[in-house]
Design a protein around this ligand. Structure first.
Ligand SMILES: Cc1cc2nc3c(=O)[nH]c(=O)nc-3n(C[C@H](O)[C@H](O)[C@H](O)COP(=O)(O)O)c2cc1C
Length: 165
């Protein structure tokens, strides 16, 4: 598990090879096994492919453009129990990380991409999202092109504090 965590890198270039249903299912399952506040599981997952994905990419220029498929992780505000801490954001972040790690485990490349506020009206319109569904992150998944990314050491002793600052 530690090796998977340490060797995961964001993938921004993909081959035109589509992920199979079994792997996709397992990756979604990993997302749904994430911890969530009070076990609320305040998430929904929308798979984007084909023309819908193409439209999504037009609205979100921050997203690498060549993946054949992506998972839009959405907050479900109807399931969010702890409004004061926006707990669905925390749930969806945990789910997104699980998705990234599961994709990497299965040999697929993936990347966490942001959903910016100014893109949301277009996304809501494109995907016909109801009012309680808030797009949180988008994870393109595909077969990584040129998997030779450096894995730098990230452990930083200066960021570890014992008992007091
Ligand atoms: C909240 C969040 C939003 C991100 N948004 C984007 C994005 O919109 N586009 C992008 O290319 N990468 C995005 N990334 C990926 C980061 O750039 C990447 O994780 C970071 O550079 C570290 O590289 P690594 O993932 O290879 O370790 C995002 C990552 C996080 C956690």
């Amino acid at each position: 598990m530690l090796t998977i965590i340490k060797t995961r890198r964001s993938v921004r270039q993909f081959e035109n090879k589509e992920i199979g249903d079994n792997d996709l299912q397992e990756i979604l399952e990993a997302g749904m096994y994430a911890p969530s506040a009070g076990n609320e599981q305040a998430w929904q997952f929308i798979i984007l492919q084909g023309d819908t994905l193409a439209q999504y990419l037009k609205l979100n220029k921050n997203v690498p453009q060549s993946a054949p498929l992506g998972i839009l992780v959405c907050r479900d505000l109807n399931l969010e129990k702890y409004k004061d801490m926006h707990s669905s954001i925390l749930d969806c972040a945990a789910a997104t990380q699980n998705i990234l790690l599961a994709a990497h485990t299965k040999g697929w490349g993936a990347i966490w991409t942001a959903v910016f506020d100014n893109a949301k009206p277009g996304i809501i319109n494109l995907l016909k999202l109801p009012g309680h569904i808030d797009p949180f992150s988008f994870v393109p998944i595909g077969y990584a092109k040129n998997v030779t990314k450096e894995i730098p050491t990230r452990y930083d002793e200066s960021k570890v504090h014992h008992n007091t600052w």
